[in-house]
Unconditional design. Sequence first.
Lengths: 249, 200
Amino acid sequence: MNLLGTDREMQILGAGALAVLLIASTIGFFLHLRVKSEEGRELIDNLNARIKAWWVMTIIFFLALATGVIGSVILFCLISFLALREYVTLTPTHRADHRALFWAFFIITPLQYVLIAFHRYGIAVIMIPVYAYLFIPIRNVIAGEYKDFLARNSKIQWGLMICVYFVSYAPALLLLDVPGRAGQNGKLLYFLVCVTQLSDVLQYVFGKCFGRHKIAPNISPNKTVEGFIGGILGGVLIGTGLWWITPFS
Amino acid sequence: MIAALLAAFVRLFTGVQARWIGCTPGAMQRVYFANHTSNFDFLVLWSVLPDQLRKRTRPVAASDYWRAGRLRQFLAESVFRGVLIERKKVTRANNPMDQLVPVLQGGDSLIIFPEGGRTSEPEMRPFKSGLYYLGKAVPQVDLVPVYINNANRVLPKGELLPLPLLCSVIFGEPLRLEKSESKDAFLTRARAAVEALIDL
């Protein structure tokens, strides 16, 4: 089922995204022509690389919507998989966790999205926080290593929670049965992704334009208080401005 | 064909990044020597070499391991074009140098793991002497130290199924055997060259 369809509102949203990207690319192009200093050039190159990434993200997102529920489920399943890969790479796991991790990557992650794709909402909401949470420690007991047992389990359990369970709620929006809005759930997903992404973009823009006070320099040296507040307020404004595509009044 | 597909798959699976710090991926003949913690080591190193280089780079592997079983033998001989050497009972008749030196003289490059086997400990083992004899037999070939990061977590020794974790491969500055350098001094220097790449 195509989620873009002939819905007039969806067409407006698509045109809106295209317009914002075109404006961003145009600004990026002129900044690139004008910038002279070495430091400025680096900043503008970084900005243009981000704009390119926004184009790619938007195109992939619309392609997923165009292929319907199944495209979106596959897209978010891949995102979960890549996120979990990043998470486990950075998390110090033990040699004995190997097989539990294999289950996390190749059984639990795809299973969660299969449940979503087949509209099994009841089991999808508890599969990870109940069954996977019990399964991981059991698998680790069988692996036979008692050192740091609880900490090791928690790392895997929370990896699944953050990278798979929470992310899987995005395509699950497409399954919602909203009275009088059949076939319009693509706009809910659009709302979620658009507000989140623009909040991040605005955080960057506000940080670069007005940023003075660093918010957590040891963790991310370029984040500022100004960007943080600008991102939140901007996100709230955009979300409010898009109220008409949601079922909320 | 199979080799190129397999290399592409390994790059996708492990998101492996190659960092050429001490040299460039140019088409010269070399001996790459690296730390060894996993059967995946060779795969990630081999997969980040540019196609043209990979075609002319052959891994040196233990014949007792790679001749056990049909699949292993097929992979080692037809896909990786490995040079399978004896590591258990080396005699005058099966001296590995008699196999390796002709390969280098034929213009191909080699990948070797001078620790002599996979280690489970974080420390590298002392190097075996093969690298020294190669340096002596073909002094015109660059010996490139390589550090492979995280492959031991992708596929630890004793496991069959790999995890998709991010790896990196760091290439250091090439070494050559100095005139009148002793075997022990050279092997210690070579091992230190790999170790020096760990924190980069």
